[in-house]
Write a protein that binds this ligand. Structure first.
Ligand SMILES: Cc1cc2nc3c(=O)[nH]c(=O)nc-3n(C[C@H](O)[C@H](O)[C@H](O)COP(=O)(O)OP(=O)(O)OC[C@H]3O[C@@H](n4cnc5c(N)ncnc54)[C@H](O)[C@@H]3O)c2cc1C
Ligand code: FES
Length: 264
């Protein structure tokens, strides 16, 4: 689906300081059954003066019940209004948007998931799909938080070995995600990551050091979300054959890119 559709909210609760989980029913008509981890939806906040949808990653998809879960941090007016939506109310969303993680490259591999803060949520659907697609692969999730106000840890433990890192050392390893992964010293075939830009740069460097591929999800500011406004371009190492520039639109060609293909 790429049209704006109305969905009914079945849950919208705070799961950590300023972090909310919202669930809604996705209608069968015009919506896909298969969702790629890393894809996102545009959520229209319930205020007619705010016209642009807010891009939020898919955290979890239950195709049988058609329940889509998003996890978001209140960071501005739009997400603040979203946090006030009640169960039973309706919302407009557009999606499913973007290109997710390349599952065909990842299944049956030993995968390191590196999630920083509010970047961790999309990696849960990835962990679930990886586990479903290859029971003998090793999935390790290194999840970074500022403090011990953790979220989604129990959910990740259903599919992955979990390592916690906190900036202040109040839970798990004291330090960042990359330092925690290095200290754990595992061997991996590939890294998948989502989080703040300094962490993504660290992931790119760590993958290069290990000589393995990495896929990173970029969180560029977005407007239309569907490839029209060019408000979300990132620099790439390859020249786009159509526009003849070294740019890609994060909302359509991404948000997930091979780390070595983007200039970050
Ligand atoms: C592909 C993608 C996936 C994302 N997934 C999540 C997620 O799962 N959970 C989560 O909490 N946040 C996620 N974000 C960030 C989220 O979109 C912003 O926090 C949110 O749009 C802020 O809106 P606001 O109205 O509260 O803030 P404001 O600052 O008032 O937003 C103003 C405008 O800027 C845009 N904007 C602001 N910050 C961002 C940002 N970081 N990225 C993109 N657009 C932004 C908004 O869409 C809006 O048009 C994602 C961003 C992208 C690009
Ligand atoms: S947000 Fe408009 S082209 Fe990407």
């Amino acid at each position: 689906m790429k049209a704006k559709i109305k969905v009914t909210v079945v849950e919208n609760t705070m799961i950590a300081g300023g972090v909310y989980r919202i669930k809604f029913l996705l209608p069968a008509e015009g919506c896909p059954d298969n969702i790629r981890p890393g894809q996102f939806v545009g959520v229209y906040v319930p205020d007619a003066s705010r016209l642009l949808p807010r891009p939020i990653s898919i955290n979890f998809w239950e195709p049988d019940e058609r329940i889509l879960t998003l996890v978001y941090r209140v960071s501005g007016e739009g997400t603040s209004l979203l946090s006030k939506v009640k169960t039973g109310e309706s919302l407009s969303v557009i999606g499913i948007l973007g290109n997710g993680y390349p599952m065909e490259e990842l299944l049956k591999k030993n995968v390191l998931l590196a999630g920083g803060g509010i970047g961790a949520p999309p990696l849960l659907e990835l962990a679930k799909q990886l586990r479903a697609g290859g029971s003998d692969s090793r999935i390790t999730a290194v999840l970074g938080y500022r403090t011990d106000d953790l979220f989604l840890v129990d959910e990740f433990r259903q599919y992955a070995d979990v390592i916690i890192a906190t900036d202040d050392g109040t839970a798990g390893f004291k330090g960042n995600v990359i330092e925690a992964a290095k200290a754990a010293g595992g061997t991996y075939d590939v890294i998948c990551s989502c989080g703040p830009m300094p962490m993504l740069r660290g992931v790119k460097a760590y993958a290069a050091e290990l000589g393995i591929p990495a896929y990173i999800s970029l969180e560029e500011r977005m407007a239309c979300g569907v490839g029209v406004c060019l408000g979300c371009v990132c620099k790439t190492v390859h020249r786009d054959a159509h526009s003849l520039v070294n740019n890609a639109r994060v909302c359509t060609e991404g948000p997930v890119f091979p780390a070595e293909e983007v200039d970050i």
